[in-house]
Design a protein around this ligand. Structure first.
Ligand SMILES: [Zn+2]
Length: 85
């Protein structure tokens, strides 16, 4: 991957750009590439890729684990109540 500091053909700003995978005649910067509707969909190998895990994914898994803990606790309380009677 070769990066050139030139004008992005999508937003018109001077940024580090690379050749668009879908339209090789166009230069694209990171932000325009990842916000492209074709990114990782129609465009199977985008010029710019995100290597780090999305933050929302980490937050979601943390929320699920808290929900799971609550469910287990409720089940434990129910079984304690039924054993009493
Ligand atoms: Zn741009």
């Amino acid at each position: 991957m070769t990066i050139y500091w030139e004008r992005c053909d999508f937003c018109g700003l001077y940024k580090p750009t690379s050749r668009c995978a879908m339209f090789p005649e166009l230069s694209v910067d990171f932000m325009c590439c990842v916000s492209c509707p074709l990114w990782m969909n129609t465009c199977k190998s985008p010029t710019w890729k995100i290597s780090t895990k999305p933050v929302s994914l980490q937050l979601k898994s943390r929320g699920v684990s808290a929900e799971e803990r609550k469910r287990v606790f409720e089940e434990l309380m129910k079984s304690l109540e039924s054993s009493k009677s």
